[in-house]
Design a protein around this ligand. Structure first.
Ligand code: MN
Ligand code: MN
Length: 466
């Protein structure tokens, strides 16, 4: 890389211009598209990660059997910690990459079923930051689990396979939307109207005396309950103890004539889960003890047992210290660890450039993006990385020819947001945010650059190997 006195970020497309590299880039993107298509919930993501790690010899036994130095620990199918032993003592800390596996979506309410004129619907309570209008008039799939009275768990995924029906929230026709058009977004789109159409046909009584009569009050819901009972063996009460999520139906895709972008649901933050997992699996043996953690609940503030604010990560490190370095306090491991908070950054939006401060905005195709701090309006609620740690990583990536950039989320008094960085910083460890830029973040169809996907994998792997 030629150095000039002035700084300019380097395009990842320029850096990875060779035919061989481009081939690897496309192959990675194709595998990533398959991953995005298969994993639409935190449970599905954790299942996928667990399977890949198990195939690579990672075991849930932190004790004597962790002799091969590869351990994994899932928590309730929604979060997962994994570690690989390095040559240096664990007391020198971990090289850790942390990402989150949950995504904004529509959760079904505990008593979801209602009948309204012509249809039976599922009432929803949205999860995380969505723009409500994006979820109307588009095919939705249902994913999740239903727990029966006897504790038996039933996995649900419907609306993804060819031939399977999908579900949908209807939108108002423009002819009748004149009043709505003049309202603010929050007035025009109410959460209580995000009702998903599940069925339309009423239950018809076969008795002759009912001929010519209208169907009874809740005939569509009754018919739907019959269907659900036939298909899954469940009743309405079973839905109360379910976790059902409505997500955009259909596969992730290449986008553009040049297939240079990946479009799909849930790239915040599954692009970081995918690249961190690939980095852990493909990193060469090295001195550092490495770990990844994939959390749930980031999109709603990281609270809850499977979120970053829980003690799960700490307990994993305590068990790791007991197994790999008896006598070394876990607090030493935590304090001396170095972490990447692997989360996506908002890409400079071509059509809404005015919300960004361009010089400090992330650009698609310029490699993973450092955010020295998060938070908002005067760095409030921020975790801020030390300049020394940032400087070290900059040196590492420049030496390896890995493109990177630096950004903050939007204009100072307009933007802001948090990541899991502060929960790791609470242990006193060094942590900085690093992840690819995403366009249309939190929408049902987010966009990321294939070059950034590839560069992010290189960056995460170099961090683990360093
Ligand atoms: Mn995120
Ligand atoms: Mn997010």
């Amino acid at each position: 890389m030629k150095k000039t006195l002035a700084y300019k970020p380097q395009s990842a497309w320029q850096i990875y211009a060779g035919a061989q590299e481009r081939k690897k880039m496309e192959a990675l993107a194709a595998r990533y598209i398959d991953f995005l298509t298969r994993c639409k919930t935190e449970r599905e993501t954790v299942d996928y990660v667990r399977e890949r790690l198990s195939q690579a010899g990672y075991s849930e036994d932190f004790g004597a059997k962790s002799g091969n130095g590869r351990v994994l620990r899932p928590l309730r199918g929604k979060a997962l910690f994994a570690a690989r032993r390095g040559k240096e003592p664990l007391g020198k800390g971990l090289a850790l990459i942390a990402a989150h596996a949950d995504t904004p979506r529509l959760d079904l309410k505990q008593r979801p079923l209602v009948e309204q004129p012509g249809v039976a619907q599922a009432k929803t309570h949205y999860y995380g930051g969505i723009r409500k209008y994006q979820w109307l008039a588009r095919p939705l799939a249902l994913h999740g689990v239903i727990i029966r009275e006897n504790g038996q768990s039933l996995s649900v995924s419907i609306g993804e396979k060819p031939g399977e029906p999908v579900f949908c929230i209807a939108d108002l026709l423009p002819h009748l939307a004149r009043k709505q058009s003049a309202q603010t977004l929050s007035e025009a789109f109410e959460a209580e109207k995000l009702n998903i159409i599940l069925a339309h046909s009423p239950k018809v009584e076969k008795k002759a005396k009912n001929e010519g009569k209208d169907a009874p009050g809740e005939a569509v819901k009754e018919q739907l309950l019959d269907l659900l009972h036939k298909k899954y063996g469940i009743n309405e009460e079973d839905l109360i103890t379910a976790e059902l999520q409505a997500v955009p139906a259909g596969p992730a895709r290449f986008v553009g004539f040049d297939k240079a972008l990946v479009g799909g649901y849930g790239q915040d933050d599954r692009i970081c889960v995918f690249t961190a997992l690939e980095a852990l699996l493909t990193a060469k043996d090295g001195p550092r003890n490495r770990a990844v953690i994939f959390w749930d609940k980031e999109e709603i503030g990281s609270d809850g047992a499977t979120g970053a604010a829980s003690r799960f990560f700490q307990y994993c490190v305590e068990d790791l210290a007991r197994a790999w370095a008896p006598g070394t306090p876990a607090s030493h491991v935590l304090l001396r660890s170095r972490a990447l908070s692997a989360d996506v950054q908002a890409a400079l939006d071509p059509d809404f450039q005015e919300v960004h401060e361009k010089q400090n905005a992330a650009q698609l195709g310029y490699g993973p993006c450092f955010s020295k701090f998060t938070g908002s309006r005067g760095k409030y609620g921020a975790s801020e990385a030390d300049a020394e740690f940032f400087g070290e990583l900059r040196g590492l990536y420049n030496a390896k020819g890995i493109p990177w950039q630096s950004a903050e989320l939007g204009k100072v008094d307009l933007g802001g947001g948090g990541t899991v960085a502060l929960f790791l910083a609470a242990y006193g460890m060094q942590v900085i945010d690093l992840g690819p830029a995403v366009l249309s973040m939190h929408s049902p169809f987010e966009l990321a650059s294939c070059a950034d996907l590839y560069a992010t994998l290189q960056a995460y792997r170099a961090f683990l190997e360093a």
